[in-house]
Design a protein around this ligand. Sequence first.
Ligand SMILES: NC(=O)c1ccc[n+]([C@@H]2O[C@H](COP(=O)([O-])OP(=O)(O)OC[C@H]3O[C@@H](n4cnc5c(N)ncnc54)[C@H](O)[C@@H]3O)[C@@H](O)[C@H]2O)c1
Length: 320
Amino acid sequence: MVKILVTGGAGFIGTNFIKYMLNKYPDYEIVNLDLLTYCGNLENLKDIESNKNYSFIKGNIRDKDLVNEIVKDCNYVINFAAESHVDRSIQDPEIFIKSNVLGTQVLLDAANQFNVEKYIQISTDEVYGTLGSTGYFTETTPLAPNSPYSASKASADLVVRAYHETFNLPINITRCSNNYGPYQFPEKLIPLMIYNALKDKPLPIYGDGKNIRDWLYVYDHCTAIDLVLHKGKIGEIYNIGGNNEKQNIEIVKLILKQLKKPESLITFVNDRLGHDKRYAIDSSKIQKKLGWKPKYSFETGIKETIDWYLNKWMSKSGKM
Ligand SMILES: NC(=O)c1ccc[n+]([C@@H]2O[C@H](COP(=O)([O-])OP(=O)(O)OC[C@H]3O[C@@H](n4cnc5c(N)ncnc54)[C@H](O)[C@@H]3O)[C@@H](O)[C@H]2O)c1
């Protein structure tokens, strides 16, 4: 029996990943360890609560005793748990260092002590910093994080790398671009804009709205992590991107169009401090080495995403 500890499984990507895995591998056992911070939501996991191969434990990845107790009979550890919002990291960096760096170290110690077959760190393209109008991040691009959030993720990546070099811990690090899809807490661009539009509230856009992100449908991200888990070469880093570079303003206009709301709702606000201009991922390594290919075009993914939030909104009579 394969047993996997997924941390942060009540968050956006973790929720999607657990559902994807239970569906694809009905004989795998998944333990979800999550602190249920403001963006962890068990309601999103209600439909799998009674699955005998799924269990939930409320707890902090920094809790050594708890983590050791869980990891001791797991084959794999996949760490999604993190404070994940850049704006919050600018307001209060401390919790980002505690959860994202120190929490990772506790998981690594346990993985090392109990000889797990693989530890996967879910990281981000933001560790590479920002790009000008050309070029792409590859796995060898130097780390140059600009926000307290991305610095905490880059620091964690370095600790993961060090556990591999020092203790021979079997690891992979994945660095993905901006995910979109169902189950995301409405503080990040796409769900926030959808909900504000539905409520006819202003849609706040930083600066001139021309910052560029590379968008990855969360389902495609899950298929990539699945491949890394089963086929990723020990010690390697894999970039995962959707090849969908879009300006923030383009996304917002598209959301308004689909929801039949006026562009007059767009409100430009003061730019985020240290706002990275452009992220773009070169994911040719995972495509060539592991045969990964994203399935969703941006047009299909964003349509499904908007429909999903709209249905949720309607089913809850206008509540989030
Ligand atoms: N969402 C994106 O676009 C994106 C892009 C690149 C990388 N990532 C990375 O992917 C991972 C998942 O992101 P997400 O968008 O699902 O985040 P999220 O904020 O939606 O979920 C994070 C989850 O981690 C839990 N958590 C936080 N601190 C914890 C702790 N100390 N102990 C246990 N659980 C804790 C929260 O309760 C929450 O359920 C993160 O590591 C993030 O850095 C996300």
